[in-house]
Write a protein that binds this ligand. Structure first.
Ligand SMILES: [Zn+2]
Length: 305
């Protein structure tokens, strides 16, 4: 059986969040169940109304027929006998998924996961970055402050969520790194692994002056390696590298333009002015620096230590 199809079913059951009746699974999905006994467990649901096994269209009430067998009273077809196996439901063992994701992201598994709200859990911290799993991004957003509860010193939070919800549109400036469950993880046998963005796996010698040693920056802050890019690093001017160094040294905290100016000794009004004429460094600046224009504050989330 294809591991890809198994992972797709796990993700589908996670997104649904409730037990799914066997008859609602496709033939090929049902065929995956024997290989997924640790992840997907039979569950009981109160099935009063089921889709008619004959026409598949109308729904009908389930009752015991005169012969003692189950039948569905379809409004179109009348009583149709139902295979009790079809009424079995299956649900994802959420704890299984949490354990696998924690292992995939090297999250210390002491303490396990904690529920933040319905359909959202704090899985723990990967390095210094809190990791949240949710099947309901809108809810995460509605309940203001939910993410701030796990955020460390205004740093970024990694949020794992179904791909469809992320592609439906999520705030990109909210200090959140979005990880699409279906795409960024893979199931092989018993192991779920994290697919790091291309380029991240490149290992460099520590004494290579071009190596990223301050987060995405080289030792002199002249080279920037953007996440998820396999391209050569972006080369910055000396002035630009000074801005990055200053923001890096502020450790991800909000600072005013004036603080950056004082640190770099350059007299530009706004840090971005030094980048405007250089498309690639400007792209790096925009990817790494969070600007609060109203308050005139700047911070670089990747600098949180
Ligand atoms: Zn029918």
């Amino acid at each position: 059986m294809s591991a890809h199809a198994e992972w797709a079913l796990v993700c589908r059951l996670f997104s649904t969040g409730t037990p799914v009746m066997r008859m609602r699974l496709s033939e090929s999905e049902a065929a995956l169940l024997p290989g997924l006994t640790k992840a997907v467990k039979p569950a009981s649901i109160n099935a009063n109304i089921v889709p008619c096994p004959y026409c598949g269209m109308a729904g009908g009430e389930v009752r015991r027929g005169r012969d003692g067998c189950l039948e569905c009273c379809c409004v179109e077809c009348g009583p149709v006998s139902v295979d009790p196996d079809d009424l079995t439901a299956f649900a994802l063992d959420d704890q299984w998924l949490h354990r696998k994701l924690r292992a995939a992201l090297d999250i210390d598994s002491d303490g396990g996961s904690t529920m933040l709200t319905a359909g959202a859990w704090m899985l723990g911290s990967s390095g210094k970055t809190p990791v949240v799993l949710t099947r309901d991004i809108p809810r995460l957003w509605r309940e203001a402050g939910l993410l701030d509860r796990v955020r460390i010193a205004n740093g970024p939070v990694r949020v794992i969520a179904p791909t469809r919800q992320i592609s439906a549109g999520v705030p990109t400036d909210a200090g959140v790194e979005w990880l699409a469950l279906e795409e960024r993880f893979r199931l092989r046998g018993e192991v779920v692994s994290f697919l790091a963005p291309p380029g991240a796996a490149i290992t460099r010698r520590k004494n290579d002056p071009a190596a990223p040693v301050h987060g995405p920056f080289s030792g002199d802050f002249r080279l920037v390696y953007l996440d998820g890019e396999d391209n050569p690093p972006i080369r910055c001017t000396k002035a630009q590298s000074e801005v990055f160094r200053a923001l890096w040294e502020f450790g991800g905290h909000d600072r005013r333009a004036e603080d950056v100016r004082r640190r770099t000794g350059r007299s530009t009004t706004k840090p971005i002015d030094l980048f405007k004429a250089h498309p690639e460094p400007k792209r790096a600046y925009e990817a790494l620096v969070v600007t609060n224009q109203k308050e005139g504050l700047y911070r670089m989330p990747c600098a949180v230590r």
